[in-house]
Design a protein around this ligand. Sequence first.
Ligand code: GLN
Ligand code: ZN
Length: 760
Amino acid sequence: MNTVKSSNLGYPRIGEKREWKQALEQFWAGKLEKEEFLKQIEEIRLQHLQKQHEQGIDLIPVGDFSLYDHVLDTAVMFGLVPKRFKYSGGKVSLETYFNIARGTTGAVASEMTKWFNTNYHYIVPELGEAVPALVENRPLQFYKEAKQRLNIAGKPVILGPVTFVKLSKGYQKSEFNTVVNQFVPLYADILRELQQEGVEWVQIDEPILATAISKEEIALFNEVYQALHEAAPNIKVILQTYFESIEHYEEVISLPVQGIGLDFVHDAGQSLAAVKQYGFPQDKVLAAGVIDGRNIWRANLDDKFSVLAEITEVVSKDRLIVQPSSSLLHVPVTVKNEEALDEILTGALAFADEKLHEIVVLTKGLQEGKEAIQTEITASVEAIKALNQSSVRNNTEVQEAIRGLHTYKADRQAPFSVRQGLQEEAFELPLLPTTTIGSFPQTQEVRKQRLKWRKGELTNAEYETYIKAEIKKWIDIQEELGLDVFVHGEFERTDMVEYFGEKLAGFQFTKFAWVQSYGSRCVKPPLIYGDVSYQEPMTVAETVYAQSLTDKPVKGMLTGPITILNWSFVRDDIPRYDVANQIALALRKEVEALEENGIRMIQVDEPAIREGLPLKQEKKQSYLSAAVYAFKLATASVQNDTQIHTHMCYSDFKNIIDAIKALDADVISIETSKSHGELIHAFEENTYDKGIGLGVYDIHSPRVPKLEELTRNIDRALQVLDPKLFWINPDCGLKTRGIDETVAALKVMVEAAEQTREKL
Ligand code: GLN
Ligand code: ZN
């Protein structure tokens, strides 16, 4: 076939209305028999293939579907089951598969971590315990299923060996090549069997190529892919990368594969520039990821067509594949069910299904000429224009503020050394002050009341009274416990981003725009679609009420600009950092409103600051500078004796320690549960000279910690941190915990603080 082809890299698993999640959770809860569960899941899987087929996609991915996570799928395919799950070889059972992901009473789950720079989490494979073996050819099985059931000759998707090993743990870095080579014969077997089955195309994902990798590693790629090619010479392998442009373009396009998949969206124009500058091999296919697989906006088909047209000046049409920039796993399923949204907004949205349509249209345009798709092109341009011209995107006040950012002071009046003394006088806290991170248990009852209020079954006044009673209850509990710095408990919030999004202008909430975060857990990020602006105080009433009940300081509690940004789908018509600064300016008003109302400690949470870190070294610094600037813009206008706190959930802290210092927060609290030792180590090498609380106990488990454990954690931290700067707090918010265990744990924490103080 001498034609341009359309392709997809992966389709969302969760279903239009999260049917996949429901099936999984019912099965886990024992409410669905295994057979029925597998039947439902199979239906979902086939339906997704059918949908893509009906859309007209030529190369339909198979094997991308998963019951939990595709990295875990790859690990179990190689029989990589940690010893503690008692596995004795052969195909890994469904039970064991879920046990690895979720843990059992006797064995902790495998670790979970972020998939590159996304909010998707994968299960980290544990190598080094078992010798890998191909216990099940998953790609083959799914290829056959699609072929037999739907007569679709799919394109098996496989996570490539280099990336797979890179993402795993349990081996020495110096052994990397050896470990990768251990897997090569297994991948060769997979491909050989696929070839026997008559498979034409295989997509092998190696996103690691889009991160900073060395030339030696490219040499390894060469060896690996040469071996795979020799094993199955008739298979056309597309080496697929995404999330960034690739390092070492010339070397990568020369690898012994038949196709190269590149991201033409999240690459700052570098992929196209490279294709034009260095050309593209005549004997390979270019799979061009031109439709954004990470965002929800409709594509300007005129622009996309131009990019493709430029590519065709280098790559002939019969060697071109049109596809999304990455798997569509990271976007919701379809706009179709969002009936309540504004028409102008809906017109400018494209989720997975709509993106596939865009791909098919562009493919047709390349094939038949631009005129053939002119109607679609015009429609896309008009729809985007309508949104751009709408009032939500034209708030002149906000836009002027952004243009005049330099007039806002983004530094505190005095340095920390001066503020510290003033704050000591103002608050008169004991040494090693105790506090919590913000939220207290969100019980069934709290959720029930909120739901009633949302449905209109409770009046605003009734709901407010209820929330106030909760706040009062917990102020009393904190008083009783003898904590030093209080919080109001965040009972009025379902979610730390949603709460602010609903109160700021420029946000929109959808009904079904869920995406998988990990396992069956899905999140529904808000859409930042317009200029973000402050409308009215968002947290003042609750905080001031809480403060009125006690003499202890109550911390105001806000979500920071970068976390709001990273946990939303963000408009792409203006620079991302402009959006961050718009949010920061709005938060600045809230910070000022809190201060004016007598709240003198204000915590601005940035748990997601690390996850937005770009993959490329050269972009990291500008991201971190922008993040620091936005945080300071939001917080710096306060008086010297107003104390700014921040909180971060731990994630590879050592790489961003300078940025954290630069936030210039008076106090930071950090989650440390998973890597206490490592974190302390980071501080041994880097002095930290402002207030800091390293979480002294893990809030992810209902277990009440022992006094000795806490004193030990505190002692360890005090070996490297100044006791005058150290705070004692749990790891993170207590929202997901029960009341009794929370009170019991905090009691131990306060006791540990008292004991340690006496020793100092
Ligand atoms: N203040 C928030 C809470 O306590 C922080 C949550 C978080 O770090 N993810 O719930
Ligand atoms: Zn946290």
